[in-house]
Write a protein that binds this ligand. Sequence first.
Ligand SMILES: [Zn+2]
Length: 85
Amino acid sequence: MHNIGAKMNFNHLMEDKSLKRRCKSGNGQCYWSPAGNIRSTHGNNVHMTMFCKHCGLREDIFLSKQDYEIQERLILKEIKHVYAR
Ligand SMILES: [Zn+2]
């Protein structure tokens, strides 16, 4: 299970290979945040786009519906926050 705290860092949703990549901003890891584009897929998955707050890199990820529902409120809150800027 993921550890769901109040912190607004969504790195735990990312695959290891995305986390191991060095951020182009030079601050080590990328700081991933949901960019939106959320949609359900045929299976029991949810597809969404993430982006790095430091370098702007984008990556699409899949979550299980269950994982998504656990995070949904945080994700939607974060997206609203991103779009409000
Ligand atoms: Zn980055």
